[in-house]
Design a binder for this molecule. Structure first.
Ligand code: MN
Length: 237
């Protein structure tokens, strides 16, 4: 049986103002291509059902999305903090705490990388251009998702290095927040030329890692398909 990979989701509304569960298909396709069965996780299970869903999933992908609510202490208040979803924060924090302790494989992407760090006790730049002196432009929104805009230097001896097999890779970048203080249990696995951390991992975890860029848009690259394959393989065990 193929492993079930849960993917966390955004909320939105349609043209009539009716609420939607929303997810870019790129995540679903990347998991399918890697041999997993994607299962969308609606944030509405936050108060009831998240744990029953979690127990049935073989791995969790924490996807990209809006910013984390200030009540979870991600960092300083900033007027550009946007698209906060308290239910999504709740589901993701609960699932990260569970997966970090029970060894269920997880992959964080963009917001997913940030929420992993915050869940485990780290902090964020809540708006990089105003808080990280000398920062590169990390925000290439809209149709720039497949454009490689900055390098990431991968740390030797990390799980991320093993997966990508190259010391320096070029990545896309669509984020206005970023990792600041890294949670004590996490190891830095890669950073951008301006020093911003772009990859983290739990060293002793079977597969617990997160990246700040968007690999789900780069599956034309063999090394990126390998990231999703290794994740799904870990979930299969
Ligand atoms: Mn970046």
């Amino acid at each position: 049986m193929k492993p079930l990979i849960g993917i966390t989701t955004n909320h939105s509304t349609n043209n009539y103002g009716q609420p939607l569960v929303l997810l870019q298909q790129s995540y679903v396709k990347a998991i399918k291509q890697a041999g997993g069965v994607p299962v969308l996780i609606p944030s509405l299970v936050a108060d009831d059902g998240w744990d029953a869903l979690y127990a049935r999933l073989d791995g969790i992908l924490f996807s990209g999305g809006g910013d984390i609510g200030l009540e979870h202490n991600p960092g300083d208040p900033h007027p550009r903090i946007d698209d906060v979803d308290p239910l999504r924060d709740s589901v993701e924090l609960s699932m990260i705490h569970a997966a970090a302790s029970d060894g269920k494989p997880f992959l964080g992407i963009c917001r997913g990388c940030q929420v992993v760090n915050v869940a485990l006790g780290g902090t964020l730049y809540t708006h990089i251009p105003d808080q990280l002196p000398g920062a590169l432009d990390h925000s290439y929104p809209g149709n720039m998702r497949t454009v490689l805009v900055h390098q990431v230097k991968i740390e030797e001896g990390t799980h991320v290095a093993e997966i990508f097999g190259e010391p320096i890779i070029k990545v896309n970048s669509l984020h206005h927040q970023g990792l600041k203080d890294i949670a004590p249990s996490l190891r830095v696995a890669g950073h951008a030329p301006d020093g911003l951390v772009e990859a983290i991992e739990l060293p002793e975890h079977p597969f617990g890692l997160a990246v700040q860029w968007h690999p789900e848009w780069l599956t034309d690259q063999e090394r990126t398909r390998n990231l999703f394959r290794k994740f799904v393989e870990a979930a299969e065990k």
